[in-house]
Design a protein around this ligand. Structure first.
Ligand code: FE2
Length: 324
């Protein structure tokens, strides 16, 4: 990277605020002037960046301190405004939420994942799930799932919980991104409700394979009928059985053509399936084998960039210390 520019994590830059300095993007190894000081990153553009996996913007070296001061001031003002709007009673929740994002940023900017940090991430992910479940659309989704099929509802909700934890392990601090991951996880297998139970339970049935291969598209068809489902949610659902090496289904989509967070949903899905299949084994044994299963899929099933971080964090979270 050129000496002249410094990287600023996108998550530090609040949209819709006037920038103090010029902003640059790194495109094909070149720094491209993007916004002038006084301009702001609009919310749609910010969402677009998140969807396109843009993690950083850049400023001139000499502007870096001013930019970071601005980031912290905007954040502080934002917190004060939120508290004023929501009332002092919400102060703690607001501070916790902002702290969560900051903590995720800290964990991933200065590295090692120790037990304390994993505990904290687990607490944040549980808290996030508890809060998101209270939202109207998720409440409805969960009760619709429960009405149709209790086993599927349990699998979907376990997968969603694991996906959020893994998402946080990999450094997703954006509430928006986490919510889309949660939504995709809840609905990923919805297409299975159309497969007759006697076929689901019988892999040797003549129709088993073709119906199973069609279920991601089946899920997308059902979910796409609801209004306001973000495109990346449909993509994650469609791709949840695809593999990094292209050996998955329905389309054999591979590598960087997969949506960035698809492997997170896919890992969470396979982990829960594995844990359910091995439910009679003791917890520690179950997790030990499940994590091995995950490690075996490095680079074949899943993007190698998630390794060893994800299995290492799961070991710290679910195995006794001496084994982790
Ligand atoms: Fe599935």
């Amino acid at each position: 990277m050129s000496e002249e520019f410094k990287e600023v994590p996108l998550k530090m830059v609040d949209p819709e605020n006037n920038l103090p300095v010029n902003l640059y993007l790194l495109i094909n190894d070149k720094f491209i002037h993007y916004l002038n000081s006084g301009d702001s990153v609009t919310s749609p553009k910010y969402d677009h960046f998140l969807n396109k996996n843009v993690k950083s913007v850049y400023v001139k070296d000499a502007d870096y301190d001013m930019m970071m001061d601005w980031c912290l001031t905007v954040r502080h003002t934002f917190k004060e405004e939120l508290i004023e709007e929501a009332g002092a009673a919400s102060k703690e929740i607001i501070e916790d939420t902002l702290d969560m994002e900051q903590e995720l940023y800290d964990v991933f900017s200065d590295q090692p994942l120790n037990i304390e940090r994993i505990d904290k991430l687990q607490a944040y992910s549980n808290e996030f799930v508890e809060k998101v479940k209270e939202k109207d659309n998720f409440k409805k989704a969960l009760s619709a799932l429960l009405k149709r099929n209790e086993t599927l509802a349990a699998h979907s909700s376990n997968t969603a919980n694991l996906a959020i934890f893994i998402g946080m392990i990999t450094g997703i601090g954006s509430k928006y991104a986490l919510e889309t991951l949660y939504m995709a996880s809840l609905f990923h297998d919805f297409g299975k409700v159309k497969i007759p139970p006697h076929i689901i339970e019988n892999p040797s049935d003549a129709h088993y394979e073709s119906l199973m291969r069609a279920h991601p598209e089946g899920s997308v068809k059902i979910i796409a009928k609801s209004e306001g489902i973000p495109k990346q949610v449909l993509r994650m659902i469609l791709e949840h059985h695809e593999q990094w090496d292209g050996a998955g289904y329905p389309n054999g989509t591979k590598g960087a053509d997969l949506y960035e967070y698809t492997p997170i949903l896919s890992m969470a899905n396979e982990l829960d399936n594995f844990l359910v299949k091995n439910r009679l084994k003791p917890d520690v044994k179950k997790w030990e084998l499940a994590i091995k299963m995950l490690e075996n899929g490095r680079g074949s099933k899943w993007n190698p960039m998630f390794f060893p971080r994800v299995p290492d964090a799961l070991k710290k979270a679910f195995l006794p210390e001496e084994e982790a």
